[in-house]
Write a protein that binds this ligand. Sequence first.
Ligand SMILES: [Fe+2]
Ligand SMILES: [Fe+2]
Length: 392
Amino acid sequence: MLLRPALETIGQGEPIGVRATHPSVEHDLRAWCRVMGHRWLGLSPSGAYLFEKGPHAELGGADWGVRIPPRKDGDLETRDWMLGRVADIPATADTTAGFAPRGAVIEPGVPPFHFTINERDAVWAAEVADLYEQATASQWDASKDIPWSALTPLPDAIERAICQLMTFLAENEYSALYVPAKFVPQINPRFAEVVMFLSTQMMDEARHIEAFTKRALANGGGLQYSALSTQLSLKSLFDQHDFTTASFLLSVMGEGTFLDLLKFIEAHAPDPATAEICRRARIDESRHVRFGIAHVKWYLTAAQENAEKLMAAVRQRAEYMRSVTEVSPRIVEALALLAAGALEADRLPAGFEKVRVLLHEMNDHRVKRLVACGFSGEQAAEMSQMHTPNFM
Ligand SMILES: [Fe+2]
Ligand SMILES: [Fe+2]
């Protein structure tokens, strides 16, 4: 405690002496000098332990006097922590800063951490701190916040359709959980807000898996069928090894399309629990979509040729999925039945017509989201057409 302020008063290369009587001082001080980068000189004739202030000794520069300005209601918001050294988001992050929080002063000698995503443009999004803030404020409880007790027996055909859709939604949610999870340990902690946002997304997706699975099991039905085409589509998503490509395919293309799907199921839900699950899940999904759009926008602004990389990824995925040209019949039929309201021959055509309109709207909205990312109208239309018939 005495030594540190004393060191601050001398320059690099200047000697300093320590007088102490404890027998372990020589050993401890020598080790400390090694760690701190000072040059050990030994015992002086006058009986002081001497060392020379080293080049790395100036760990100074730590922030002091920083204060997050509180919002009106006294809240401290994450987006407001961009103060002092924390505000310095590097374009290329150092891999020898380990898990030190961005803004801390780091002692030299940290072993390299094997983060593979160290470029800001590969993960960053302008509104990421805002989206994280919204996510933490919007968590809900699938055990308590869904009106489960309002469930009453439904006609078998309708219950079966709901259970089929819940099965399909749940499997897609697994991919939405696993894809970000796979990237989190690769992202340099200098980009903490992205890691924190993705963690909220993972929690959201876990809750969606929970809610959809519970709905399938809650009213006398059970989990139904998983289509090969769905698994093919989800595997092609999970196998992506580039963060931006995965985020683009998952969030902009897939989760974006799911916004329309969830809205449709909510609108035609035969019971309040199903409607509420879809409503709540859609609000969460719209955050994931906004992160995806904000990141892709950032990525395309960084280099316009990046657009071609993402288009290539869409083409490649379409090629992998070429054996699948239509939405799984079980899903189309379940959606049409919900929209028709009953398994009656004269009502079904109207249900199928509503599904046709839904598919059309999904395409229109995808194009709009792609344009919002920064793609041209032509690029957007081409990519939207090639999107997987699995929706996700
Ligand atoms: Fe989800
Ligand atoms: Fe999501």
